[in-house]
Design a protein around this ligand. Structure first.
Ligand SMILES: NC(=O)c1ccc[n+]([C@@H]2O[C@H](COP(=O)([O-])OP(=O)(O)OC[C@H]3O[C@@H](n4cnc5c(N)ncnc54)[C@H](O)[C@@H]3O)[C@@H](O)[C@H]2O)c1
Length: 296
């Protein structure tokens, strides 16, 4: 069977990932409806699409994009706070807060609203796809589509095949990823899939070493880059991801696996509880800001 050709794409969540996914899909010709719970979040997402570090204005200024392509990209993105407006979407990519209960409630509603042959793709960092699909009656049309930050730039899309995901849906989402000039790699379901299971234990261990006084934030980031050739150290990377998202992920990974390497150290909790969420809207700052003003 030939793959399903998408034209209308829904993106739920307009935060760190959602706005970048919406921008990327629109850039490659898809009509996009971006949905969030409040207009102010959508306005912030649109502002990031226009003026953000990976946004359209900078792409034009640096000669990576024609002005006319930037304005047609923007013209393809509509916003709505009403979930019903997503009913005719061929695929809906969910990028809301990494919380199973929140995602589950949303999927139950979306399953009722979305047309029967519409596909639901979750950008969860690691919640099992079989679990998320269980909130719907369309396990065969449910898939993991795990993008990386920033979505406008990062090439990999980790495609997670749930036990019920149909070959047709896998093929369609793979082709869509290739059309957006991404590199899709398919994995099977499991907590954290491949990428999050691999990176999360490494990040938590770096936080623990800092907590135990082995080395400072700057030193650990510097050594990670110079010793191992990583483009970013663990503190820089987690500031980019969002520390609240990082905490949600490690709590989930620990809960599912009961393995100590995934347990979040209290130092990460301390930052999140006091409003240091990394480089995102509404945050007081990240690791580097926190330790400028607070002694451990
Ligand atoms: N940040 C990263 O680097 C990264 C990378 C890959 C995957 N992810 C995953 O992407 C998802 C989103 O992460 P993020 O970093 O963009 O989070 P974020 O906190 O920046 O944005 C989440 C957005 O979802 C909205 N939202 C919450 N509940 C909603 C609901 N019921 N309906 C509609 N909108 C709702 C919020 O208002 C917010 O705008 C998470 O599952 C996360 O694990 C994040």
């Amino acid at each position: 069977m030939e793959e399903k050709k998408f034209s209308l794409v829904g993106v739920i969540g307009s935060g760190v990932m959602g706005h970048g996914i919406a921008q990327t899909a629109a850039k490659f010709g898809y009509d996009v409806i971006m949905h969030d719970i409040a207009q102010e979040f959508l306005d912030n997402g649109l502002r990031m699409i226009k003026e953000g570090r990976y946004g359209l204005e900078r792409a034009v200024k640096s000669g990576k994009m024609e002005e006319s392509d930037a304005s047609s990209t923007l013209g393809r993105i509509k916003t709505s706070t009403n979930l019903d407006d997503l009913k005719y979407c061929d695929i809906v990519i969910e990028a809301i807060t990494e919380d199973e209960k929140l995602k589950g409630d949303l999927f139950q509603k979306l399953d009722r609203v979305l047309k029967p042959d519409g596909i639901i793709a979750s950008n969860t960092s690691g919640i099992m796809i079989s679990k998320l699909a269980s909130y719907t009656k369309r396990g065969d049309r449910f898939i993991g589509m795990h993008w990386f930050n920033p979505p406008q730039l990062m090439k990999l899309i980790e495609i997670v095949r749930g036990p019920e995901t149909s070959e047709y849906v896998l093929e369609s989402v793979t082709k869509m990823s290739i059309k957006m000039e991404k590199v899709p790699v398919t994995v099977n379901d499991g907590p954290g899939f491949f990428t999050t299971r691999y990176i999360d234990s490494w990040l938590m261990e770096a936080f623990r070493m800092f907590e135990n006084g082995v080395a400072g934030i700057q030193e650990i980031d510097k050594m990670s880059k110079l010793a191992f050739g990583f483009p970013m150290g663990p503190f820089e990377l987690s500031d980019l991801v969002g520390l609240d998202t990082m905490l949600h992920i490690s709590e989930y990974m620990f809960e599912e696996t009961k393995r100590p390497e995934y347990a979040a150290p209290s130092i990460l909790k301390k930052l999140v509880y006091s409003g240091y969420l990394g480089n995102k809207k509404g945050s007081k700052g990240g690791w580097y800001d926190y330790y400028k003003i607070v002694k451990q």
